[in-house]
Write a protein that binds this ligand. Structure first.
Ligand SMILES: *Cc1c(COP(=O)(O)O)cnc(C)c1O
Length: 397
């Protein structure tokens, strides 16, 4: 009982408890849907990223089954050995088509996860620049973007959140040969949208790449769900777009869409692409169905319905000492403040049968602990109404 390293670790865990920072997992027994069986209780959940309700869509589930009978359970190897299936190839072609209006000579490359896609794109760009590269990162960027930059071991300037003039100053005072501006499209914990039109103009002026992580925009934003580039109607060969396939697309995985030479360079040099087993082809096969739903009439109807739910929630009253973030997206956070207060609010709601996760530091800045409410087209107006009534019972303690 004297291995001090283990004792230190145990003490650190106890410290997390004392600070209200211990994270716990809940065991979900049902498919991804608003009414969940979780920890032996039925809860109305507002915390998934399944914005269009595709994770449990019968056609997507059926396509996954079909994919398994066509291609088996696993890919068996990495993409450059023998794991790159016809399903992956078709998925990349379809993604390329969806993004083609926004990036000239576009090509798409799929990854197993968005986290790896972000590591993959930034390390590949660094490999072209021979040490003469600087990253510019929004203060509220997702952890996977931050880790991607860390993995390159190159320099990074953090600019104030969505602040185009701060970004402009920082770009002007930097003399690196290669500049890469990196941003969430829709910010994952705040729900606001990056000012990409102005940012792309700056990148054009400074000869910089603009890498957009659209984990929360792909499938949801834009006329055909092509994401934030479609929402702003942007087009440039300086754009590098990362979209994920486990959120609105309802399955798993991610992709990078960029000029074909950027993609070919990644195939040659991106270590997070090369040195990992290709995802199950059945997932790619299921995604073909999911993407057709997204870009078709059903996707259009779902996005329109989701907008009505967003409108309903964002105009409803909230407890007086909570703060609503300015968001027009399906991410509608309520900032409460301290860890203890947000855990209490989350527990109170759970007692009323509603599940919303408490988001605390380091995911968000200290003292901005929040309830991150996410809406899905699979919610009903009655579900949102029930949430609004439950919130109104929250005391102003
Ligand atoms: C979820 C998320 C990712 C990671 O994607 P995964 O496919 O879940 O690994 C990357 N960026 C942002 C902004 C995200 O919200």
């Amino acid at each position: 009982m004297s291995f001090t390293q283990l004792q230190t670790l145990t003490a650190r865990l106890n410290q997390l408890d004392a600070q209200g920072l211990r994270r716990i997992r809940h065991e979900v027994e049902s498919v991804c849907q608003p009414h969940l069986m979780v920890d032996v209780q039925t809860l109305l959940a507002f915390n998934s990223n399944d914005y269009l309700g595709l994770a449990a869509h019968p056609l997507v589930v059926e396509a996954l089954r079909e994919g398994a009978s066509l291609y088996g359970a696993g890919s068996g190897a990495s993409h450059l050995i023998s794991g790159h299936s016809q399903a992956h190839e078709r998925l990349e072609e379809l993604l390329g088509m969806l993004l083609s209006p926004f990036v000239p000579s576009v090509r798409a490359l799929t990854f197993s996860t968005g986290y790896m896609a972000n590591l993959g794109v930034m390390t590949a760009l660094t490999d072209t620049a021979k040490g003469d590269i600087t990253f510019f990162s929004d203060a509220l960027n997702h952890a996977s973007l931050i880790d991607g930059i860390r993995l390159t071991r190159e320099s990074c300037h953090v600019y104030a959140h969505a602040d185009v003039s701060d970004l402009s100053l920082k770009l002007s005072s930097c003399h690196s040969g290669t500049k890469v501006v990196v941003t969430d499209g829709v910010f994952s914990m705040d729900g606001d949208i990056a000012p990409l039109k102005e940012m792309l103009a700056l990148c054009d002026q400074h000869g910089a790449w603009l890498l957009v992580d659209d984990a929360h925009g792909f499938g949801v934003l834009g006329e055909t769900g092509a994401g934030v580039l479609q929402y702003f109607n942007l087009r440039s060969e300086q754009l590098i777009y990362m979209g994920t396939l486990g959120k609105a697309a309802g399955v798993s995985g991610a992709f990078v869409a960029a000029h074909e030479d950027v993609i070919e360079w990644m195939v040659q040099r991106s270590r997070p692409y090369i040195y990992t087993t290709a995802s199950a082809p059945a997932l790619a096969h299921a995604l073909l169905t999911s993407l057709r739903l997204i870009s078709g009439d059903e996707g259009r109807r779902s996005r329109a319905y989701l907008q009505t739910l967003i409108q309903q929630l964002s105009t409803a009253p909230i407890p007086a000492n909570w703060q609503r973030m300015v968001s027009t997206t399906a991410i509608q956070p309520l900032v409460i403040g301290s860890n203890a207060q947000v855990l209490q609010a989350s527990a109170d709601l759970k007692a009323q049968g509603i599940w919303i996760s408490a988001i605390r530091a380091p995911t968000v800045p200290v003292n901005t602990a929040r309830l991150r409410i996410t809406l899905s087209a699979s919610h009903t107006a009655q579900d949102v109404d029930r949430l609004v009534r439950a919130l109104s019972f929250e005391s102003i303690s």
